[in-house]
Design a protein around this ligand. Structure first.
Ligand code: SME
Length: 151
């Protein structure tokens, strides 16, 4: 399904006031993982209180041990500090990478900002080598901007 078709669906999930924010985020993860063939694991990490670490809030995909990720560690931890999108076409070529599953080939992490502050991120793992483009970045920036409105 093209990104433009998914955008209104993301908005309508995020508007579901009757369910918790975490449940809405989970539905967004499910939507993306169901409709984008190369999105195999989709999750949201957020800064854990005052600590310099990320905490996994919700996800869809293979179970992971990496619920807490210190800032600076792995792709996610690097994005917490850099405030920049990070596309990894080949995870095996990365030094500072935390492996969740041997099947993962590529990853994209896009930070989520509220009033210019990096407070979390969306993280996607793919079992397809080098699948991510600028279009994914733009779409995931859109998703995060919409999520920021309900936090
Ligand atoms: N691969 C990530 C860890 C999180 S998992 O992808 C769920 C990283 O290197 O930060």
């Amino acid at each position: 399904m093209p990104f433009e078709t998914l955008k209104p669906q993301v908005i309508s999930i995020l508007q579901k006031d009757a369910i918790s924010v975490t449940d809405r985020l989970h539905e967004v993860c499910q939507l993306l993982s169901d409709h984008i063939s190369y999105y195999d694991w989709v999750g949201f990490y957020f800064k854990n209180g005052d600590k310099n670490e990320l905490k996994l809030r919700t996800y869809v995909g293979e179970e992971t041990d990496h619920i807490i990720i210190p800032f600076g560690k792995g792709i996610c931890g690097q994005v917490a500090l850099s405030n920049e999108n990070f596309i990894v076409p080949d995870v095996q070529a990365q030094d500072n990478y935390i492996a969740c599953s041997i099947n993962v080939k590529a990853e994209i992490v896009v930070p989520l900002f509220i009033n210019g502050e990096n407070i979390g991120q969306i993280d996607i793992d793919s079992e397809t080598p080098d699948p991510f483009t600028e279009k994914d970045e733009q779409f995931l920036e859109f998703v995060n901007q919409e999520v920021a409105k309900i936090l």
